[in-house]
Unconditional design. Structure first.
Length: 279
C-alpha cells in the first residue's frame, strides 16, 4: 500500500509509548510514516520519577520550513502527545502540510484516571480545545473528554448513557466529524469504546478488562485505529480491530512484566496483519 502519512508526537527513550510504538507499528503495516517529533524524553511521565525533557519545538519549525520548500503535504496526519510549545507550532503550521482531503486524527493526550498527566495544566487544556476542533477524528479517553468539556473529573465507573452523552457533547462542542471515546470502565469487568459518527450513528464495543495497568495502550489503540482507517475500514470496524489488538497484546505479554514499559505488542501483529488483509 502506498501512503503519505505523518505522525507527530514525543519520543520517550524508555517505555513503549507515543512515537516509540506508533512508528514501528505503522512501519510493520506497510505505511512508511514520516515523523515530526515534538520532544525527547528519557522515559514517559508515568512512574519513572523525574524524567528528562527536551522540547523540540524550535527544531520542528526548522523541519517544517524545509518541508515547505519541498511542497511536502500529507494525506493523513496523526497527532498524539505534544506538549505546549509543540502544540502551538502545529496549530500554526498544520495547513502547510495538509490539503482539504487530509484525514487528521488527534489523540488529545493529557490525562487519565481522573487527573492531568504531570507537566500539563489548564492552559494546555485550553490550547488543546482550539487544536482539536481541526480534527476529522478525535480519540480522547473519558478523562480527556471531561477536561475538554470543562466538567468535573472522576475515577468512578462510567455508566453507558453517560459515556454516549459525553462523546456526543465533545462531538457537538468541537464540531467533530467523528469521535471515538476510549478507556470507558463500567466497573463490571469490561473496558469499552464509544463511537459517534458524522451521519449520527453511534455504537459501543466492549472487551474484557485485562489485569494490570500497561502504559501506552492508548497509543497502541490510536495507532491501529488510524492504520485501519487508512486500509479503508469503517470507523466501527477500525475501533474493533484496535480494541482486539490491544487486548491480545496484553494477553500475550510475557509475565512477569513491568507495565511501565508497556505491553509487548509484537506477538499481536500477525493477527492484525490478517485482519487488515496485508498477508
Amino acid at each position: 500500500m502506498q501512503s503519505n502519512v505523518l505522525i507527530s508526537q514525543d519520543l520517550s527513550c524508555a517505555g513503549q509509548v507515543s512515537l516509540g510504538c506508533a512508528l514501528p507499528l505503522l512501519g510493520a503495516l506497510n505505511l512508511a510514516p514520516t515523523v515530526l517529533p515534538t520532544a525527547l524524553l528519557s522515559t514517559h511521565t508515568g512512574g519513572f520519577g523525574e524524567n528528562t525533557y527536551l522540547d523540540l519545538s524550535k527544531e520542528m519549525i526548522s523541519i517544517l520550513q524545509h518541508w515547505k520548500t519541498l511542497s511536502l503535504k500529507f494525506s493523513a496526519i496523526y497527532l498524539g502527545y505534544l506538549g505546549e510549545k509543540p502544540l502551538d507550532v502545529l496549530q500554526e503550521n498544520l495547513a502547510d502540510v495538509s490539503t482539504a482531503e487530509t484525514m487528521l486524527l488527534i489523540d488529545p493526550v493529557m490525562g487519565d484516571h481522573g487527573k492531568l498527566y504531570r507537566g500539563f495544566d489548564q492552559e494546555y487544556v485550553e490550547k488543546m480545545r482550539c487544536l482539536i476542533s481541526k480534527a476529522d477524528i478525535a480519540t480522547p479517553n473519558y478523562t480527556e473528554a471531561k477536561l475538554l468539556l470543562g466538567e468535573p473529573l472522576t475515577t468512578s465507573p462510567v455508566a453507558t448513557d453517560d459515556a454516549f452523552e459525553t462523546a456526543r457533547r465533545v462531538q457537538r462542542r468541537f464540531n467533530l466529524r467523528n469521535i471515538v471515546l476510549t478507556g470507558i470502565d463500567s466497573g463490571n469487568g469490561l473496558i469499552s469504546i464509544v463511537g459517534c459518527e458524522q451521519d449520527g450513528g453511534t455504537w459501543m464495543v466492549s472487551r474484557s478488562k485485562q489485569p494490570g495497568n500497561y502504559f501506552g495502550t492508548g497509543d497502541l489503540f490510536a495507532s491501529v485505529l488510524f492504520s485501519s482507517l487508512l486500509y479503508e475500514k469503517d470507523l466501527r470496524s477500525a475501533g474493533t480491530i484496535a480494541m482486539d489488538f490491544v487486548s491480545e497484546a496484553i494477553v500475550k505479554t510475557q509475565k512477569p512484566h513491568d507495565p511501565r514499559f508497556g505491553a509487548d505488542y509484537g506477538a499481536a501483529i500477525p493477527q492484525l496483519l490478517k485482519k487488515l488483509e496485508i498477508v
